[in-house]
Design a protein around this ligand. Sequence first.
Ligand code: AMP
Length: 175
Amino acid sequence: MTLDELGGFVRAVPDFPKPGILFRDLTPLLADGAAFRAATRALADRAGDFDLIAGIEARGFLFGAALAQLTGKGLVIVRKPGKLPGATIAHDYALEYGTDRLELHADAVTAGARVLMVDDVLATGGTAEAAVTLVRKAGGAVARALFVLELEGLPGAARLQALGVEAVSLFRYPA
Ligand code: AMP
């Protein structure tokens, strides 16, 4: 399946979750076995060298898990607060209104491990930036940040670049 064909499985939903947001919905891609497999392979082709995958809650878990299976690497999960049972480290980050927090098991990343971060969509980059900081706090080195798609006109890739992390995505769509 070509990337163009794969793009046909990305659905644009206007005004979700609030007016003015054009939501890029990947559920049709996940629901089609051939498309999900093609997306996973395309991500693996762009993954570079790494030791471990960090999937970001929630849709990063789906693509992170598929990629872990394809590449034979392990998966650690970057979660919203209060979900992980063991000792955690956390990073708080600013939202438009208020703050949010991401957590990771304190022993999830071995020192110096090259961690490939995976999420579905790179938008403002706030979540990815926080995940990079968290993985680094845990002792890991972020190898690359991989997304199914990136929204153009938002500062996501530039924010990651400012942290020294390359953002790679299969598709670029207008925000
Ligand atoms: P951000 O922190 O702004 O980069 O947004 C990150 C998270 O929000 C991603 O994990 C996406 O799942 C989700 N997201 C933000 N904007 C969109 C959008 N327009 N369509 C689909 N998902 C989005």
